[in-house]
Design a protein around this ligand. Structure first.
Ligand code: SME
Length: 167
């Protein structure tokens, strides 16, 4: 693992995500344990991204999403597929950007301060293995640049990790 904490700059969001991807690659290098990698991935994201109140993984185990490593306040443990933003993103297999969580029917309010959310499904070998979920206390915090940047980070996590150990 090679990681040197440095100030993160997201003035240019695309460039910020480029640097973050390079840092994550270094952070995960030589390690394949999925829990360790998920923990470090969320720590990096939470440390780097401004205005993020929660960042974490849910893994699909026994047919439901179960909370994994995260940063932020304690969260709901189990989410059924098709429920909430997380379960919907996993069921639809697409990244969901929710500018206003109160306008999303079925949103699961873990943290009452959360105003907006983005959820990236984790797909490996055609199978959904979980989601990467970020919350913000700011309305419309996440846009398409965030979605693409986070998809890239999720992909680096998937490539680096022995996912079969999550089952
Ligand atoms: N809001 C999510 C639940 C998970 S928390 O935000 C950590 C949802 O609706 O699926």
């Amino acid at each position: 693992m090679t990681y040197h904490s440095e100030p993160h700059d997201f003035t240019d969001k695309r460039a910020g995500y480029e640097r973050l991807a390079a840092q994550l690659r270094g952070l995960l290098a030589g390690e394949a344990d999925p829990i360790a990698n998920a923990a470090n991935t969320t720590a990096l994201i939470f440390d780097a991204l401004p205005q993020v109140s929660w960042a974490g993984f849910y893994f699909l185990r026994g047919g439901e999403l179960i909370v994994g490593p995260f940063q932020g306040k304690p969260a709901c443990v189990r989410i059924a597929l098709g429920h909430g933003v997380c379960g919907t993103a996993a069921a639809k297999r697409e990244t969901l950007i929710v500018p206003d969580v109160n306008a999303f029917a079925g949103h699961i309010a873990c943290d009452s301060a959360s105003r907006s959310e983005v959820v990236v499904p984790l797909i490996a070998a055609g199978r959904v293995v979980g989601v990467l979920d970020l919350d913000s206390a700011q309305l419309a915090r996440f846009d398409a640049v965030d979605a693409r940047g986070l998809e890239r980070l999720a992909d680096l996590f998937l490539q680096a990790s022995r996912l079969e150990e999550l089952r």
